[in-house]
Design a protein around this ligand. Structure first.
Ligand code: GA4
Length: 324
């Protein structure tokens, strides 16, 4: 068993009791089979209905996922001073523990935030810490290359399902050499609690275009407080705020959170695909009906990101950009 550095004391948050047994919960989560001839249509309806789905039959091997998970577990088992050497505070990249963002959010979590340099496409040069390089470089590079390719494939299928032309209308946002891509490695140490769980990562929506999550087989993720059954060989995909705007509200960026598990620690890795900072985020004209108006005022990803990073997790960031 891995010895884990627990994040220091975290307040216990009141968690509403679950009224839904896990089996019923599983039935609420759309599943998209990437191997199916109707995958494009399945993707569009999952993004419209919930803004979250489980992705099966993708081509990324379990071995590739587990290699990175093993490296992450090794990293999180290091003494705190070594992890801190990887950039304490996680601003913008590096190791963080307990504190999330800059506005006072806390959670029962430690994590590593990695800004991805798409030119490479490997780790940004800002990540010069030897610890990370020695541990991670090959597993990370392999994983990042594969998951970025998958994200673009999904966005191309979504474009196809929406009848968008050209096919890369969405994926090009992630393919630009200046695209804002992040990989997040999370470790939620197990924690006993009489009320069933404490907040690992509080409720929020993801600001980017698309997020692709893979976790070990530990429960914890909830979407609109429906527990998502873990599946270590599948991915879980979230529509981000930016994709909600690009589709003028047709796709939903849904609130999700993570509760800790009393028996096992949870390790997850999430790829966040964001556009270049200077990119204008606005509804795609091809998706607008005649006479339809944008629900949002104009903004760039840089403006939105700055607003997001100055907000608390729970805040409705998109509301600030809605036209009234
Ligand atoms: C949520 C999605 C990504 O994990 C993240 C998070 C970021 C952080 O952990 O620093 C934020 C959060 C996320 C949204 C609001 C702000 C910024 C914490 C927070 C309170 C890396 C991101 O891009 O936005």
């Amino acid at each position: 068993m891995v010895v884990i550095t627990n994040p220091s004391t975290v307040d216990q948050f009141p968690i509403p009791k679950l009224h839904r047994p896990p089996a019923a919960a599983a039935a609420c989560i759309p599943i998209v089979d990437l191997n199916s001839p109707t995958a494009a249509a399945q993707l569009v309806s999952a993004c419209e209905e919930l803004g979250f789905f489980k992705l099966t039959n993708h081509t990324i091997s379990l071995n590739l996922m587990e290699n990175l998970e093993d490296e992450a577990v090794k990293f999180f088992s290091l003494p705190l001073w070594k992890k801190d050497a990887a950039g304490a505070g996680a601003a913008p990249s590096g190791y963080g523990s307990r504190r999330i963002g800059h506005m006072g959010d806390v959670g029962w979590i430690e994590y590593l935030l990695l800004q991805i340099n798409s030119i490479n496409p490997s780790l940004s040069t800002s990540l010069r810490q030897e610890t990370i390089k020695t541990f991670f470089i090959s597993a990370l590079n392999e994983y990042i290359t594969a998951v970025k390719k998958l994200a673009c494939e999904l966005l191309e299928l979504i474009a196809e399902g929406l009848g968008l032309r050209p096919r890369n209308a969405l994926s090009k946002l992630l393919m630009d050499e200046e695209s804002d891509l992040i990989l997040r490695l999370n470790h939620y140490p197990s924690r006993e609690s009489s009320s069933g769980g404490v907040t690992g990562f509080g409720e929020h929506t993801d600001p980017q275009v698309i997020s692709i999550l893979r976790s070990n087989n530990t429960w914890g993720l909830q979407v609109l407080w429906v527990p998502v059954p873990p599946d270590q060989s599948s991915f879980f995909v979230n529509v981000g705020d930016s994709l909600q705007v690009l589709t003028n509200g047709r796709f939903k960026s849904v609130k999700h959170r993570v509760l800790t598990n009393s028996l096992q620690s949870r390790v997850s890795m999430i790829f966040f695909g964001g556009p270049p900072l200077k990119e204008r985020v606005a509804p795609l004209p091809h998706l607008m009906e005649e006479g339809e108006e944008s629900l949002y005022r104009e903004f760039t990803w840089c403006e939105y990101k700055a607003t997001a990073y100055a907000s608390k997790l729970v805040d409705n960031r998109l509301e600030l950009f809605e036209k009234h």
